[in-house]
Design a protein around this ligand. Structure first.
Ligand code: ADP
Ligand code: MG
Length: 388
């Protein structure tokens, strides 16, 4: 990482002909538990990971904003006066959308200076590790400091979400940005998606001799296609049939009544969300009281619920999870929105390489392309790496 900070600074200098004011970074995230609970105003428990997006930023003396990225072959330029969701397109809608959204949260876009930005990243794009939140959060902390806005990290999370919802047009919740901004080393971010209260929960993985493996199946998922929207609609239909504002207001004890009111499919969708909320609460409590070795069954139960009740798993994810479970993992589950993407496995460090071999073996036996499997650690949220 230390080399990359200077690389980013040097590339900024080559591109823009002067030194950046500073370099800021923000991490991607993995969701430990709490899937499809965020838009039901429930609970999630993600953590920031040791893969980061770096942003070198220099203020300008005029009102022009320019953004460049290692991942793009164009420098996108816009006058701050033209910053509006309709004028932002493609990848540049993420960083420039954040600049626009800061205007919605108190920045005086008629008075702040323009800026140049260069971006590089070790967060894989589109692998379900939220490179989108990483780029948003890194730009948000950079502009927050250079524009002297003094906005709290929690507000910056909402800024990133606003940018993604409105400027990019992706209807995502607040989880990813919260993890990327509030994360702490070796800790999870327990988030109440109704109150937006966040609590840092120590994971204690290293001390317990455990690792989290990400098994990226490479099966692509797009939130735009039917499944995600259908699940959201089922949750809304379930809440409305049960006479509550959101499924957050339904508890495990209410499920018997719900079974009589709802059709079988809607009932199973509701049961996933309600039991998943309880599992997030149980995971947070278990981590505090007994440490990470004790959360395996909660991860396993979460996977079963997504596979059987919410029906968002795919055979590759089930195979990754089952292979992990039978080869030494303490617990495993698919993570993310479903229909593809990655699974995570909580595994004793000394068994992790054996597990990788077993997973590759199982995938090739089934004729699936080999997954990308790697360890993640829980890292600090966004901060300034260099300068000013
Ligand atoms: P995920 O968040 O799971 O990685 P998304 O589809 O939500 O996937 O976001 C990926 C998009 O975010 C990319 O297609 C690109 O437009 C933008 N993006 C992410 N990281 C970068 C980066 N380092 N440089 C430029 N654009 C990026
Ligand atoms: Mg994303």
């Amino acid at each position: 990482m230390s080399d990359m900070r200077h690389d980013v600074q040097n590339t900024f200098e080559e591109l823009f002909g002067r030194r950046a004011d500073g370099v800021w970074s923000a991490p991607g995230r993995v969701n430990l538990i709490g899937e499809h609970t965020d838009y039901n105003q429930g609970f999630v428990l993600p953590f920031a990971i040791n893969r980061r997006t770096l942003v070198a930023l220099g203020a300008r003396t005029d009102r022009v904003a320019r953004v460049a990225s290692e991942f793009a072959d164009e420098v996108v330029e816009i006058d701050l006066a033209d910053l509006a969701p309709d004028n932002l397109h493609g990848w540049a809608a993420y960083p420039l959308g954040v600049a626009w959204a800061l205007g919605q949260f108190g920045a005086d876009l008629a008075a702040v200076p323009g800026f140049d930005i260069y971006i590089d990243s070790t967060v894989p794009v589109g692998a379900g590790l939220s490179s989108s939140a990483a780029i948003e959060s890194a730009v948000a902390v950079a502009l927050n400091e250079v524009w002297r806005l003094d906005l709290a990290p929690r507000t910056l999370a909402t800024v990133g979400q606003r940018a993604e919802n409105v400027a990019v047009g992706a209807p995502t919740g607040i989880m990813d940005q919260s993890a990327s901004l509030l994360g702490r080393r070796d800790s999870g971010v327990f988030l109440d998606c109704r109150s937006l209260e966040a609590e840092i929960i120590p994971l204690g993985l290293e001390a317990a001799g455990l690792e989290i493996l990400v098994i990226d199946t490479g099966v692509s998922h797009t939130h735009a296609t039917g499944g995600y929207a259908e699940r959201r609609a089922s949750c809304e239909a379930g809440a409305s049939a049960l006479g509550v504002e959101s499924l957050r207001d339904v508890t495990v004890d209410d499920l018997d009544r719900a079974r009589n009111v709802l059709d079988d499919e809607t009932f199973r969708r509701v049961r996933h969300v309600v039991t998943e909320n309880q599992r997030v609460l149980d995971t947070a409590r278990t981590l505090r009281e007994h440490g990470p070795t004790a959360i395996g069954e909660l991860l396993d139960a979460s996977h079963r619920s997504m596979r059987d009740d919410f029906e968002i798993s795919v055979p590759e994810l089930d195979l990754a999870v089952e292979t992990a479970q039978t080869n030494g993992a303490i617990g495993a589950r698919m993570t993310g929105g479903g229909f593809g993407g990655a699974a995570i496995a909580l595994v004793p460090s000394e068994l992790s390489s054996r597990l990788r071999v077993a997973i590759d073996g199982a995938f090739s036996e089934h004729g699936y392309s080999l997954p990308d499997t790697f360890t993640v650690t829980a890292a600090d949220g966004a901060f300034r790496e260099l300068g000013l």
